[in-house]
Structures are given as C-alpha cells and as structure tokens.
Design a protein around this ligand. Sequence first.
Ligand code: PGA
Length: 251
Amino acid sequence: MHKLIIANWKMHYGPVKAGAWIRAFRRERLPKELEIAVAVPHVSLPAARASLGRAGVPLLAAQDVFWADEGAFTGEVSPAMLKEFGTSFCLVGHSERRAHLGETDEMVAKKAVALQKTGIRPVICIGETEAQRKKGEHLKVVRAELTAAIAGLKGDGQAPMVVAYEPVWAIGTGKSCSTEDAKQMHEAIRAVLVKKFGKLGEEIPVLYGGSVDTRNVADYLSTTNIDGVLVGGASLDPRQFGLLCRTAMPN
Ligand code: PGA
C-alpha cells in the first residue's frame, strides 16, 4: 500500500494564495511511493484545481461537507459540489470542528455516508483529549468515536474511507504522540475496522496527525499500522511540505 500524506491548510489561503502554493509545490521533487493530497478551504478549490494542470499531484481534498445533495441548507456545500472540482478526499469530524462548531458523531457519520455515495473518500478524524488520556480512557473514547462514525458505511463502497487518528492534545502544540502510543492506538483502530469490514478493514489507510514535521515523519511512517500522516502547520509552506514528503520516504 502506498503511504498517504494529506496536508490540512485549515483556514489558510484564499484562491490567490492557494494557486501560488500549488504551483510552487508542483516544482518539488516527490517520492513516487507516496500518495499526496491537500485539503484546502472550499473557496480555494477552483483555483487549486486550475493550478494543478494535468499533473494531478497533489490530489485535492476538502475540509468539510454537508450530508444532503442540495436543498435549504444556507452556507453549506454538498458532496456533489465538491466532486465538480475533482475532489478525491474530504476531512470529516476534525477536532476543531467538533470543538468550535459542535460537530457530533452523528453528523460525522452522515457526512461520511454522503461522501462515500458520491465517490469521495471520507477522512474520518478521531482522537482523545489530554484529560481523557490522563484518565486512561483514550482507547475507549477513540474506539467509540470510530464505531459511531462508520456506523452507516458499507465495506463494498467504491470509495473506501481513510481514518486519521489525531490526539487533540497533539494538534498544533508541538507535543507529538510517541510512536509507541500511536502504534497502540492504530492497532485498536485496525481491530475496529476489521471487525466491521472484514478483509477490507485491513486495507483502509489509518493516518496519524498531530504536530507531524520533518523530524518525526519518517518515524511515524515506519511504525506498524501507520499508513500515512495528516499534516497541519508543517504544510503551509510548499517547499517545507515538499521536504517533509521527501523526508518521509528517504530514497
Ligand atoms: P498540526 O495539525 O500538524 O498543525 O498539529 C494537524 C491537524 O489538525 O490536522
């Protein structure tokens, strides 16, 4: 399986800067064994798509979606609209959305189903808070979040999902999760996926996210059951992100 690296710009870069980022990133030398995607703000999808040219690298991702095809949902964007720009992936349930916008497990589950139907791969984000880890509840919390998020998904869908384990305390803090702790969590996640989807569950990429940078990316990618990374802060500079991709696969 190719390793998958997804950049998450969060609320950075409107159309002008997004186009410039993509053009700069396309000049980077990138390892062939990587699948690379970049999650851009909705308004920047057209500019990002236009700047990609024919190369198709990176793939496009969105950061959120609504679960209905169309209708009276002011301000929302449907999976079909994302599809028009050739979006390959869409993040759902990022902890920042859960914390600031009240996104619930139920909403995450509906978004994942809607994306899968449209042929966009949902990237289901899950992770425990620092307090939950301190209390020793992290495995339980993450298993429950994942189980709820995948409740409506089918194992035979054309667009299988991606899971991103992002401990909330590691996001944007510089306090990355140790590879041993990440390994333990990824094993627990894999077990939930295999229980639900059987053999397909073994093939679903499970990413780690939270303060990934050029110093730790290779360690994560060489850890069992870590199939890629979700990168926030360290993806904002296209040349640094190019370096991160090369560091991830040093050859
Ligand atoms: P970070 O963010 O790399 O800045 O910690 C990761 C994320 O929230 O996806």
